[in-house]
Design a protein around this ligand. Structure first.
Ligand code: FAD
Ligand code: PYC
Length: 417
């Protein structure tokens, strides 16, 4: 059994990996695997889990350049919902929501999924029309979403300010009651432990620096900071960095990477019962189980690989929150951080085979991929196992950008794209 000194526990605890939580296998890399997954975020770990669980493919390594969950999975505001406009998006996000509902049982790990309701606010006529259109489209797809008056918004979320004299008054809102939150790092740890228990190797501190292709053009494996690792198939799920890694295999993707930031306040007693999002004034807020107000801001205006966002964007968001919820004016902020999100031209993901035999890609979730984690892992595992897309991810090809069959969800996340 591994022994921990007080110092080691403190150090590992600070990096988010205290000994008691570290229950996955992180061995030396084998020379060859059936499948290598690049990226140990929630999507990569979920893919490995479903490969083992649903397809019996256990000779799998997840290769992570840092520590698992240290990317966007551990940096996001954990909003879960499926109220997307287009049929293709509604299908994939709803598939994920259904998996969230039983995920703790499936992984035997408490991911703290909390369907407390996601309320999207309208502040002008355009917002009302757009959100009502979403309500109707969702209902046609069998997805719950309902329109609330300002008074009903206040009844559902009492701290909201519905004074009509506000700069951006609340004119109503769309409520998805099944939406909510989960604990982000528990999702990474839960998938990691369950995948590891099924034979998957999780290789941390192992950065992919190259992709090797054979004379036929097919995948041979990945060059890493821990040596070459052979593979029959490689799945790349490295949010923010996907275009860099895919370039190593000679595949160009229409992706841009932007910082997206969030903040948490000092912890307070339960005061905010649901998730509130506002597209127009660029703020979203919920309360974590620890009591912190979790607040998300918009993306930076410029592309960058920096894991912090511009200060003026956070300031704008806090102004907006204080106007929406005046009782939070005296709250102090505890931490602020950023992640790097990769964005496609139609703001929908790419989840597909590539022109390179044996190479698969899952990226472009932009500001909204946490909620998709179980669904994305499930259908990506299918795509890799069968070398063919699952019906749910069949529309999310690379070719759609050439053919013009876009899935335009530019208004899908309540943040600045
Ligand atoms: P990640 O968790 O980023 O995992 C990718 C991994 O790849 C990383 O761990 C990285 O280290 C690794 N990697 C990169 N390069 C290499 C390499 N060369 N070799 C090996 N490994 C490599 N989504 C929502 O649905 N709801 C939200 O409320 C929400 N809020 C957000 C708030 C913020 C501030 C941010 C930044 C994002 C938010 N998102 C949200 C988006 C969501 O976080 C992401 O879409 C999702 O977590 C992506 O998961 P992933 O597993 O693909 O990526
Ligand atoms: O997709 O719901 C979302 C979201 C909220 C904040 C960032 N993304």
């Amino acid at each position: 059994m591994r022994k921990f000194s007080a110092f080691a526990l403190l150090r590992e605890g600070l990096s988010g990996q205290a000994g008691w939580q570290r229950q996955w296998r992180s061995p030396e890399p084998k020379p060859r695997y059936d499948v290598v997954i690049v990226g140990g975020g929630g999507h990569g770990l979920a893919t490995a889990f479903y490969l083992a669980e649903r397809h019996g493919i256990r000779d799998v390594a997840v290769v992570e350049k840092g520590w698992i969950g240290g990317g966007n999975t551990g940096r996001n505001t954990t909003i879960i919902r499926s109220n997307y406009l287009h049929d293709e998006s509604a299908a994939i996000y709803e598939h994920a929501v259904k998996l969230w509902e039983n995920l703790a049982q499936a992984l035997n790990y408490n991911v703290m999924y909390s369907p407390r309701g996601v309320l999207m606010l309208a502040h002008n006529t355009h917002d009302i029309q757009s959100l009502k259109r979403h309500v109707h489209a969702n209902r046609l797809n069998g997805i719950d979403n309902e329109w609330l008056s300002p008074q009903q918004c206040k009844a559902f979320c009492p701290p909201l300010n519905i004074d009509r004299a506000m700069r951006y008054p609340i004119l109503g809102g769309a409520l998805q009651r099944r939406g909510g939150t989960a604990r982000h790092d528990a999702v990474a740890w839960g998938y990691a432990r369950a995948a590891s228990a099924r034979g998957v190797d999780i290789l941390e501190n192992c950065e992919v620096t190259g992709i090797r292709r054979g004379a036929s053009g097919a995948i041979e494996g990945v060059e890493t900071s821990r040596g070459f690792i052979g593979a029959n198939k490689v799945g790349v799920v490295a949010a923010g960095h996907t275009s860099v890694i895919m370039n190593m295999a000679g595949v160009r993707l229409p992706l841009e990477s932007f910082p997206l930031q969030a903040l948490v306040s000092e912890p307070v007693k339960p005061a905010f019962p649901c998730v509130v999002m506002s597209n127009t004034i660029h703020a979203y807020i919920s309360q974590s189980d620890k009591g912190e107000m979790v607040i998300g801001a918009g993306t930076d205006a410029y592309t960058s690989y920096s894991q912090r966002g511009a200060l003026h964007i956070a300031t704008h968001t806090l102004d907006a929150i204080c106007e929406l919820v005046p009782v939070f004016r005296r709250l102090r902020m505890l931490r602020n951080w950023g992640g790097i999100v990769d964005v496609t031209p139609d703001r929908s993901p790419i989840l597909a085979k590539t022109p390179v035999p044996g190479l698969y890609v899952n990226c472009g979730w932009g500001t909204g991929g946490f909620k998709a984690t179980p669904g994305s892992g499930d259908v990506f595992a299918w795509t890799i196992a069968k070398d063919a897309p699952h019906p749910i991810n069949a529309p999310f090809t690379i070719e759609r950008f050439r053919e013009g069959v876009l899935i335009d969800e530019a208004a899908a996340a309540a943040v600045a794209h």
